[in-house]
Design a protein around this ligand. Structure first.
Ligand code: GDP
Length: 428
């Protein structure tokens, strides 16, 4: 059985925690897109961790964790992350890297930073991890797959020279920097080869067999629907698809094998980087929600920068859930809302004086204003509650209001950052 856990919003919905919980009953956890530009936060017996590239199954010895072919692999960060787990007492995880995964090159990271600096106030708010230049090169067919590291030296040097002809035009003439040399890039790739070799595998064949044997496989998405390059708030999106369906491509699994798609939806909204955000709030109202949000405030897991805050946007979330093809919803950070007398929820948009219920593309989204409804708060701490029927009536009312408008059953209510802060509802 293949399951996917994906974000329905702008990312940071709490996918890490839900994956960590669901991983316990899984054999394999796979990252199928993205790179070290985003982070999942996991809190467990070993402490609090921000995982950037590693799949969230690394805390369980019985799980095989796979970096799929769709991932932007930073070899340096990958090794650093594994080391940091070991330093904090986590037993060495079982990790495989697809021999078709592509490598984030040092010049991708530099180009990302130089381009953000050049764009200045018009920048995309990139985490400067090299993700956009990486995926551009992948589709321009000038990237390096892991298996290229094992090619003969002459062929590899030839390919590097071809790539540098293009890169050095940018280095010298757009960014006014020293050109890159074939020798330096070749040496770097050989360093990467030595570091990554213990993890490299033919993950396609491994997964093909695992599916045949009926293993439980979790596809773990990064970011959320609204950051998808096709269905998100283009161009303020990420560079690889954030959709469950892409899990089939980014890991090499038959699409029809994905039977359960859990879309993680946040009980309020947060976003990082620039882009349309209709239900955004500002000032002291936003500051308070940011301060109380998540586990220790809403600040980027990778960059530490404050996240933009908003109330729940049911137009965006319904669209987010639909685009993912969600079979189930996990509604997270419900506990955070316990301080409010009343909870505003965006139930529709007003576009050019008309009320709309569907999520429009960017050019129209820019002109949308939120239509609010207010639900009564529950004014207490709901952490520690284990059964849905034990939640205060107004908390249940909130869940059921959201569920009705999303059109997909809310299966999980997350009422705290820890593994055990979780309530399951009967909705199989
Ligand atoms: P991800 O990228 O989707 O995994 O999201 P993050 O790692 O940014 O998670 C958001 C933050 O919320 C993290 O600090 C989590 O520890 C925290 N978190 C997850 N679920 C809950 C929850 O139900 N309640 C609270 N208070 N925090 C949560």
């Amino acid at each position: 059985m293949v399951k996917a856990i994906v974000g329905a919003n702008w990312g940071d919905e709490g996918k890490g925690k839900i994956t960590d919980v669901m991983a316990a009953q899984s054999d394999i956890v796979i990252r199928f897109q993205g790179g070290s530009n985003a982070g999942h936060t996991i809190i467990n017996n070993y402490g609090k961790f921000a995982l950037h590239q590693l799949p969230s199954g690394v805390f369980y010895r019985h799980i095989t964790n796979i970096i799929g072919n769709g991932v932007a692999l930073s070899v340096e960060n990958f090794i650093k992350e594994i080391k940091s787990l070991e330093e904090r007492g986590v037993p060495a995880p079982n990790v495989m890297v697809s021999n078709r995964a592509q490598i984030v090159m040092p010049y991708h990271v530099e180009l990302d930073s130089m381009e953000e600096a050049r764009l200045s106030s018009k920048s995309f708010g990139s985490t400067k991890s090299g993700i956009a230049p990486f995926y551009s090169d992948k589709y321009a067919k000038i990237g390096f797959q892991i298996n290229d590291l094992y090619d003969d030296e002459a062929s590899l040097r030839d390919r590097i020279a071809h790539v540098l002809d293009l890169k050095n035009v940018l280095y010298e003439h757009l960014y006014h920097r020293e050109p890159l040399s074939v020798d330096a890039v070749y040496e770097k790739l050989m360093e990467y080869k030595a570091l990554i070799t213990p993890y490299v595998a033919d993950t396609f064949s491994y997964l093909h067999q695992a599916v045949k044997e009926g293993k439980t496989i979790l596809l773990e998405g990064q970011l959320g629907t609204l950051k998808d390059p096709d269905f998100g708030i283009y161009p303020m999106v990420t560079s690889s698809s954030t959709l469950a369906g892409y899990g089939a491509v980014g890991a090499g699994i038959p699409p029809y094998e994905i039977r359960q798609i859990v879309a993680v939806v946040k009980a309020y909204s947060s976003a990082v980087g620039a882009g349309e955000f209709v239900s955004e709030i500002f000032g002291p109202e936003a500051d308070e929600l940011r301060r109380r949000g998540g586990d220790g405030g809403e600040y980027g897991a990778t960059t530490g920068r404050p996240r933009r805050m908003g109330w729940m946007d049911l137009v965006a979330s319904r669209y987010g859930v639909q685009v993912q093809g969600a079979t189930h919803v996990a509604l997270t950070v419900m506990d955070v809302l316990g301080y409010l007398d009343e909870i505003p929820v965006c139930v529709a948009y007003e576009l050019d004086g008309k009320r709309i219920d569907s999520f429009p593309p960017t050019a129209q989204l820019k002109r949308c204003k939120p239509v609010w409804e207010t639900l009564p708060g529950w004014k207490c701490d709901i952490r520690g509650i284990k059964r849905y029927e034990d939640l205060p009536e107004n908390a249940r009312r909130y869940v059921e209001f959201v569920e009705e408008r999303l059109g997909v059953p809310v299966w999980i209510v997350s009422n705290g950052p820890a593994r055990e802060d979780i309530i399951y509802r009967d909705c199989e």
